[in-house]
Design a protein around this ligand. Structure first.
Ligand code: SAM
Length: 228
């Protein structure tokens, strides 16, 4: 699976890609991640990627030309290598369709995802209309740029790829409440939610649910289903 990221801040990704599971997946060639500096597709001396919005208004908007050229170049390279490549161009926008784990599963079957990371006041709307296959939002809030969104999608999609996780099926299992040692943990009550300011500093013992210590696998499964 190949991720191509079009951004004006490629350095944001260096730490993210060089740690933990993602770094291992890159090393083991389960995924390839390439950042593309949007300014490389500009023609002018100042490498201008943005302009004032038509009709007025604050801030600057990403121009269509460099984005078009970047996508064309990235798609062209892959197409030359393999005509049957399954690829999608994703534009990040707070006005887009909400990203879900279902989408992550669906996209993990593709060969390539190309991300367009907006900045400033957003991106010329013709990119959404004519260049992007999908417009994706991470939630009802506004980020500074699409880079954090791209990172979230890379992680969620990669987790669906076979060989990415240590435990082969941990990406597919239902999420449920989890505990680890110690089975009993003492805590001063004033630290507990809603107990702030309790001068007596009573001690409370926080216990792991007994069923999880029972060794009864059927009961443990039942408990997990209830707590997922
Ligand atoms: N008013 C602008 C708009 O509606 O697109 C906000 C632009 S925002 C400051 C800059 C860029 O961050 C956007 O173009 C988009 O790429 C990204 N972005 C911001 N919030 C996002 C969100 N919730 N989901 C996905 N991308 C987001």
């Amino acid at each position: 699976m190949k991720f191509d990221i079009i951004t004006i801040f490629p350095n944001i990704f260096s730490g993210f890609l060089s740690e933990s599971l993602l770094a291992k997946a890159i090393k083991r060639k389960i995924i390839t991640v390439k950042t593309h500096y949007l300014r490389d597709w500009t023609e002018d001396r100042h490498q201008t990627v943005d302009g004032k919005p038509y009709g007025g208004g604050p801030g600057l908007v990403f121009k269509i030309e460099p984005i078009y050229k970047a996508v064309l170049s990235i798609k062209g390279k892959v197409l030359r290598q393999n005509k049957k490549v399954k690829s999608k161009v994703i534009l990040f926008s707070p006005r887009g369709k909400k990203f879900t784990n279902e989408l992550a599963k669906k996209w993990s079957k593709l060969d390539q995802l190309i991300f367009i990371c907006g900045r400033y006041e957003g991106v010329d709307e013709r990119v959404a209309e004519y260049i992007a296959d999908e417009i994706i939002s991470m939630g009802d809030y506004v980020l500074n740029g699409g880079e954090v969104a791209a990172m979230a999608v890379i992680e969620a999609v990669s987790r669906q790829l076979s060989g990415f996780m240590h435990d082969a099926d941990s990406a597919t299992k239902e999420d449920h409440a989890q505990y680890t040692k110690p089975a009993e943990f003492s805590i001063k009550e004033y630290v507990l939610r809603g107990k702030e300011g309790n001068k007596k500093q009573k001690i409370k013992i926080l216990r792991v649910p007994k069923v999880l210590l029972s060794g009864n696998h059927a009961k443990i499964e039942e408990w997990r289903k209830k707590n997922s």
